[in-house]
Design a binder for this molecule. Sequence first.
Ligand code: SF4
Length: 352
Amino acid sequence: MANYLRDFTSEAPVLSARRPTINEFFLSAYTLSIYTGCEIGCPYCDSWLFGDRPLNETVRIPLDLPQRLSAELKAVDRGDLIAITALSDPYQPAEQIYGVTRQTLQVIADHKQPCLLLTKSASVLEDVSLFQRINEGSLGIVMTTLLTMDPHLAEKLEGKAPPPAMRLEMLTELKRAGVPVGVALLPIMPYVNDTQSTLRAILRACATAGVDFVVWDYLHISNERHRSRVNEILARVGTFPHSYYRDIYQGQSTVSPDYRHDRDVELMNRCDGLNLEPRVPHRIYAGKLRPTNEAALLLRHSAFRDRVQGRDRVASIHRNLAEQIYAGDTRPAGLRESPIASTIREILDRGQ
Ligand code: SF4
């Protein structure tokens, strides 16, 4: 068990600064991290990089976070979604004792603020009624992370998290209660969970469970410290060529464009075959966010499909339009070049 440290000392804002670009995976303009430290302690987690001590050793419990969030929300637009996705799991074991996530969600529900929460823990089911209330007032999405459906590999990668099948059952139950649900296939790690059979098994399981959407991205290796952690994981789960970093990462922090493109094409084709949305579908957030955010997301999601399907020029137009519109320009000059211009115009006109 981790050490729990009741923490009233921080004076920093609980919400991140408003993002310069809308997050196309999580629909978010702001990020909120509830606990600091994560007892689940998955070895691949980026959060190991943010402290000198082990991520799962001490968990700081911000008992006054709900009150501070309530004060900060006075200055936040009701159409900006908050993602509770960063740095720690909001339903890690400390939540059973302190309930800071539940109190935070009550504040979010009271303010009718849209939110998206990412968790591996089935404890989220204890707050189903809270998510129903958030969805009555605005939008509340729950996502879980899946790296594999193989319980043996999952044990090696995230041994303290509930098994993958249980996480999907949790999403099915949330969806049955009317809560939109999605899966983050994050991260895809070369030589660990990037084989066709692993990816196919995850997507099939998601489709069978009836999730509304999936998103995916590839392992970032941001520095040498993280690379040595990744090398330890690779050594623990199987065999890999020592040239992997040179060949796939080409010395950069992210996978090469060719590697990304091949996997993106494969994953998107499989999603299309399974009728599974490879981003949050528009029907889920339509009319629930600030119109400029809704339009920017629709453009970013279109740009993703355009890029993967080889329409690079249109993808670039859509990405640029998304940036301009999210920044508040509701009459961008290039809009007429977009094949979805009339839909975007309609959304923006709603905000006038
Ligand atoms: S549960 Fe999430 S935040 Fe916690 S260690 Fe695992 S990946 Fe990181």
